[in-house]
Structure formats: C-alpha cells, structure tokens
Design a protein around this ligand. Structure first.
Ligand code: 13P
Length: 249
C-alpha cells in the first residue's frame, strides 16, 4: 500500500522568521490524515522546522546534499549532517540544480547511494524532460535514460525506498501544468521503467509524484490519476492555506 506524499519545495524562499511563521500557521490547520505532508526548505531553516513539526507527522526535507561523507568541499552539506538534525527527505537532481549548478546523472546516482546506504533519509529523485525534448517526442526516452542512470548499481531493495518526482521542466514555475492525462501517462511510464529495470514488487513500492505548477485548483484532478501518488509543489507551498488545500485535495 503506497502512502501518498505531498511535499513542498520552497526553493530559495523564506528567511528564518518567515519559515517559523509558516510552521506555526500550518500546524494550526494541518490534520494528520492518510496523506503524508512535508516541507523541503533551505538548509538554514531545517533545524527550526524539524523542531517545530516534531510530533505532528509533518516531514522536513532538504533540497540538496553532497555525496561524500566529509572533506574539503567548501559550501557543501553532507548526508550525515542532515540526518543529525532529523531531516526526513532530501530532493536529489531537481531540474534547477541540473540546469544552473552542474548536477549530472552521475552525481544524482552518487547522492542517492549516499543517502540510501548511510542514512534513513528518503531521497526524492527529480526527473523530467524539457520543452524541446517534449516537442521532439523524446520525453519517454529522456525520462527512462535519467532513471537508468540514477539507478546505476542500486539494488531493488534500495530503489524501492525512493520517491520519484516527475517534473516536466516546461511546467515548472510557468503556470503551465501537464494535463492530468499527460502527467498520469508519464508516471505510468516511469513505473513501467522501474519494473523493467527491477521487478514488479519494486515498481509497486516506489512513490511517484507529479510536480510543475500544482495549485489548489488542479490538485484533485492530478492526484486522481491512478499512477500518481503525490505532488512536489513549488510556489503554492509558500502559503500555509494553499499548501493545506493541496494536501487535502
Ligand atoms: P512550481 O510548483 O512553482 O511550478 O514548482 C515546481 C517545482 O519545481 C517543485 O520542485
């Protein structure tokens, strides 16, 4: 039985005061249901959020991690540093990191291995095609290739623990959502690819989210697609009311 996960990705928004205000407001309206909710925040806000959400069932996630245990890597944060403060999730391979910060399929794979093998943090692996690839009809090939490279040397047991977020780059922050059928078709394709790489049991276990302009007014339609187990929400997760509406879809 897959438990849906709605995760907010705050990106580089909210200072400490704003994050604490969000947490207080969200805790007041959050009702623990059979949907899991989490907020992926900037590093400097994680500790406050973990403390504020303790005992509520609301999860906390980071947006990036380094794949080495420690070392001379100025500006980086390790998986054990995240685990030490009680982080539950970590986004890996978001398209903005691939586009602006040199994230590659190779580093994505190393980060997944690090998180899965040395911490209890659940990775949220982001994949998705860009506009040109969609226009050229390459979306399934692109996504399958991203998955194969991300999964390199991962066991079925490890892969089954992942959350995979299908985020078509052309739908991120543009107000353009993939049609629910388009999103559903791609999430079904992702599950099929996981089955081809591993087996049926593994593909039944992975949580597959859709991300890209998810808002309160389109969340129900998207979440009702059979292969979609949740959402990765950018802009609309900055408002406690909007995010709660999506969690309540
Ligand atoms: P928006 O919901 O703002 O389009 O962002 C999606 C996203 O990138 C979540 O990771």
């Amino acid at each position: 039985m897959r438990i849906p996960l709605i995760a907010g990705n705050w990106k580089m928004y909210k200072n400490r005061k704003e994050a604490c205000e969000f947490a207080e407001a969200f805790k007041k309206i959050y009702r623990d249901t059979d949907i899991r909710a989490a907020i992926c925040a900037p590093f400097t806000q994680l500790d406050d959020l973990v403390k504020s959400f303790a005992g509520t069932g609301i999860g906390v996630g980071a947006q990036n991690v380094h794949f080495e245990e420690e070392g001379a890597f100025t500006g980086e944060i390790s998986a054990s540093m995240l685990e030490e403060i009680g982080v539950d999730y970590c986004i890996v391979g978001h398209s903005e990191r691939r586009q602006y910060f040199g994230e590659t399929d190779k580093t994505v794979n190393l980060k997944l291995k690090k998180l899965l093998r040395s911490t209890s943090i659940t990775p949220i692996l982001c994949i998705g095609e860009d506009l040109r690839q969609r226009e050229e009809g390459q979306e399934k090939k692109v996504v399958a290739s991203q998955l194969e490279k991300a999964f390199s040397e991962l066991s079925a047991e490890e892969a089954g623990k992942l959350v995979i977020a299908y985020e078509p780059v052309w739908a991120i922050g543009t107000g353009k959502t993939a049609a629910p059928e388009q999103a559903g078709e791609m999430c079904a394709w992702i599950r099929k690819t996981v089955e081809n790489i591993y087996d049926e049991e593994t593909c039944d276990r992975v949580i597959i989210q859709y991300g890209g302009s998810v808002k309160p007014d389109n969340a129900t339609e998207i979440m009702n697609m059979p292969e979609i187990d949740g959402a990765l929400v950018g802009g609309a997760s900055l408002s406690p009311d909007q995010f709660m509406e999506i969690v309540n879809f």
